[in-house]
Write a protein that binds this ligand. Structure first.
Ligand SMILES: [Zn+2]
Length: 433
């Protein structure tokens, strides 16, 4: 891209730079997807692995080449800063980005899109509009997925202070390596020369793939995320009596699997009666003793419940609990219930949501207000600053899979909305205090 000059104000020039930026975005996305390529064509960049480190270093070089001021923190989060003219806001930039880590054999777009789009958006803004009033920082968060260590959102949690080294250092991966050892192998950790948290974000905006099929099915370009759903995870144990499959007549059985089947169908029906956005999933069954010639004596199944409204989620959960107890008792079985996880729904910032919608209206881009059924770093940042999320469609709703795909045209629309939003909040002095 040419150096800034007087023609930067013309619409034609902006459009030329925008097109070049889109090209750069897809090129960087391709380059990242070559790092940590697995045999099936997917991407594997788990926290503090060699491919993870290579990706962060590649991004850092890219940011530096394009004039952003780069830095790392102790957790390995990478920042590319575009300094603003307002000194007081220097240490409180607006963050834009996502996570660089992936699941095992994940897709090319989950996380990487937000990191790359945020980075290139700052380059575009610098080229076209020069220095912003408020500092902007592209952030490549070290970890979100929880794919290597039994802990998710380490990158954003370390920035907000929700977690620190004392709570994660001894977590072990499948090979017995602790999170601290892995971090130190990459040059990070509490004894590294990097700061704990160099910036406190003023706000956080994340471009992400939807990871569902709603936008594609409705033929809509942009998802304006209203909430990140709350979630409950439970284990339910149904106990009957294991017995001989040949000598126990049907009428005398206490078959835990038959009872569980009825319960699962009832949960499904109840979820349907609640309607969107409630979702309830039985994703795993453990049938014991699990032999071909034994009537199942015990079944443990998982239950995942999500909704944007905590009171509805709680009411549904309590109805499911009554249903499970009633159904088990009627079939001569017993039920136990254990809740492992309960996360409240997180609303996005209302003013930022409206701004995204205004941008879409102005640019004549179709949009849909929608909740996110998946967790994202935005929900962690929401504890300390205003947050917004922009979704682009996922082909066939596929994600966490090498088949994950979003077209260049769809990405470019999301990128344009992100750029406009950052321009609005970074340059026009539009204060959102
Ligand atoms: Zn993600």
């Amino acid at each position: 891209m040419p150096e800034s000059c007087h023609i930067t104000n013309t619409e034609a020039y902006k459009e030329t730079v925008f097109e070049a930026s889109c090209h750069l975005l897809h090129q960087l996305l391709d380059e990242l997807s070559d790092i940590g390529k697995s045999e099936d064509g997917g991407n594997t960049r788990v926290l503090y692995s060699s491919s993870w480190l290579l990706a962060q270093q590649h991004l850092q070089c890219f940011m530096q080449e394009k004039g952003l001021i780069t830095s790392f923190d102790q957790s390995g989060n990478l920042y590319g800063l575009l300094e603003g003219t307002d000194d007081s806001a220097l240490s409180q930039p607006i963050f834009t980005g996502s996570h660089i880590d992936t699941v095992i054999s994940g897709g090319k777009f989950d996380g990487a899109l937000g990191v790359v789009a945020g980075t290139v958006a700052l380059m575009y803004l610098k080229e076209v509009y020069g220095q912003p009033a408020r500092s902007l920082a592209a952030v490549s968060l070290s970890e979100e997925e929880g794919s290597r260590f039994p802990f998710a959102f380490w990158g954003s949690r370390s920035i907000t202070g929700a977690s620190d080294w004392s709570s994660v250092r001894n977590l072990k991966d499948a090979e017995g390596i602790t999170l601290l050892q892995a971090a130190e192998m990459c040059g990070f950790g509490p004894d590294s020369p990097f700061p704990v948290r160099p910036f406190k974000p003023h706000g956080y905006v994340e471009l992400h793939i939807e990871q569902g099929a709603v936008l594609e099915r409705k033929g809509t370009s942009i998802g304006v995320v209203t909430d990140i759903v709350g979630q409950k995870r439970l284990d339910v144990t149904i106990t009957g009596e294991a017995n001989h499959a040949g000598t126990t007549p049907m009428a005398y059985r206490k078959d835990a699997l038959i009872g569980t089947s009825e319960i699962i169908l009832q949960i499904h029906q109840l979820a349907l009666s609640y309607g969107d956005p409630l979702v309830a999933t039985v994703g795993s069954l453990d049938v014991l003793p699990g032999a071909v010639n034994v009537v199942p004596g015990k079944v443990v199944f998982t239950l995942d419940i999500r909704h944007t409204d905590k009171s509805v989620m709680d009411r549904f959960t309590s109805e499911v609990r009554s249903l499970v107890t009633e159904s088990a008792t009627r079939n001569g079985l017993t039920a136990e219930w254990e809740e492992h996880l309960s996360v409240d729904p997180i609303p996005m910032d209302g003013e930022w949501e409206e701004s995204i919608q205004d941008v879409c209206d102005k640019l004549d881009i179709s949009y849909l207000r929608m909740p996110s059924g998946a967790g994202h770093d935005a929900q962690i940042f929401a504890e300390i600053c205003k947050v917004a999320m922009i979704f682009v469609p996922s082909q066939n709703g596929v994600s966490h899979n090498p088949m994950e795909f979003t077209s260049k045209e769809e990405i470019n629309l999301g990128f344009r909305v992100l750029v406009e939003l950052l321009h609005q909040y970074g340059y026009r002095g539009k204060t959102d205090e």
